[in-house]
Design a protein around this ligand. Structure first.
Ligand code: NAD
Length: 247
C-alpha cells in the first residue's frame, strides 16, 4: 500500500501507460482521479479497478483550461487535496519537417506541452498550500535524442524536461516538499505505438539492449516510485525507462 489514501490525478488515464498506472496506483491504495477524453474507455477502466483503491473518472481535455479548473475544484471539494499529478496525456502527429502542417504542429504542442502547463498551473496552488506533492511529467527518449519525423513531438518532450527542472526549482523555493520529475520512456507497447510499421518495430527492438519493446506496466512502476514517499529526495530528474536504448 505504497500510495494509501494519496489523491493521484492522472491524465490520459484510459489507455496505454496511463491505464496501467491507474490500475497499479489503485492496487497500492490510491484515490485515482482518472482523466481522459473518452467516457467509454474511462468506464472500462473503472470497471477493471482491481482495488483496494478508488478510481474516480472525469472526462477532461488537457487543452481546456475552464474544464481543468472545474475538475480540480471538484476534486479539492471532494477529497481536500491532490498529492500527485501525473501529466501523462500525449499524442503524435508525425511527418517529416517539410511536410508537417501547421495544424499538426499546433495540435501536438497544445496537448503535450501546453496541456502539461495547463494542468500544473491549476494543481500547483493546492500542493503549495499543502506544502508537499509530487508532479510526474511524461517526456520521451525522443525529447532528449530527437527522432526523424517527430519535429513537433520532440519539441514538446524536450519542453517538458525544461518545465520539469524549472518547477522543481520554483515550486520548492519556499521550503515546500514539492518534487517534480520526468519519465522518459523508450519504445513501449501501447495503442500509440500500435500504428508503427512492423519493420520499424523490429529495427527498434534490435537497437535496444534488452531486445524488446517495454510494457506499459514497466513505465507505471517508475511513476509509482516517483509518486510514493520512497522517492522523497528525488526531484528535477529525467528517468529513462527504455531498455537501455539510450546507452
Ligand atoms: P496512448 O495513446 O495509449 O494513451 C494516451 C492517452 O492520452 C489516451 O487515452 C488519449 O485519449 C489521452 N489523450 C490524448 N489527448 C488528450 C487530451 N487532449 N486530453 C486528455 N487526454 C488525452 O499512449 P501511451 O503510449 O500510453 O502514451 C502515454 C504517454 O507516454 C504520452 O505522453 C506519450 O507521449 C508518452 N510516451 C509513450 C511512448 C510509447 O512508446 N508508447 C514512448 C515515450 C513516451
Amino acid at each position: 500500500m505504497r500510495l494509501k489514501d494519496k489523491v493521484c490525478l492522472i491524465t490520459g488515464a484510459a489507455s496505454g501507460i496511463g491505464r496501467a498506472a491507474s490500475l497499479l496506483f489503485s492496487k497500492e491504495g490510491a484515490i485515482v482521479v482518472a482523466c481522459d477524453l473518452s467516457s467509454e474507455l474511462l468506464e472500462k477502466l473503472k470497471g477493471d479497478n482491481p482495488g483496494p483503491g478508488v478510481i474516480e473518472t472525469y472526462v477532461l481535455n488537457v487543452t481546456d483550461r475552464e474544464r481543468i479548473k472545474e475538475v480540480v475544484s471538484e476534486v479539492i471539494e471532494k477529497f481536500g487535496k491532490i498529492d500527485v499529478l501525473v501529466n501523462n496525456a500525449g499524442i503524435t502527429r508525425d511527418s517529416l519537417l517539410q511536410r508537417m502542417s501547421e495544424e499538426a504542429w499546433d495540435a501536438v504542442i497544445n496537448v503535450n506541452l501546453k496541456g502539461v502547463f495547463n494542468m500544473t498551473q491549476a494543481v500547483a496552488p493546492h500542493m503549495l498550500r499543502a506544502g508537499k506533492g509530487s508532479i510526474i511529467n511524461t517526456s520521451s527518449v525522443v525529447g532528449v535524442y530527437g527522432n526523424i519525423g517527430q519535429t513537433n513531438y520532440a519539441a514538446t518532450k524536450a519542453g517538458v524536461i525544461g518545465m520539469t527542472k524549472t518547477w522543481a526549482k520554483e515550486l520548492s523555493r519556499k521550503g515546500a516538499q514539492i518534487r517534480v520529475n520526468a519519465v522518459a520512456p523508450g519504445f513501449i507497447k501501447t495503442p500509440m505505438t500500435d500504428k508503427v510499421p512492423e519493420k520499424i518495430v523490429e529495427a527498434m527492438e534490435e537497437k535496444t539492449p534488452l531486445k524488446r519493446m517495454g510494457l506499459p506496466e514497466e513505465v507505471a512502476y517508475v511513476y509509482l516510485f516517483l509518486a510514493s514517499d520512497e522517492s522523497s529526495y528525488v526531484t528535477g530528474q529525467v528517468i529513462g525507462v527504455d531498455g537501455g536504448l539510450t546507452i
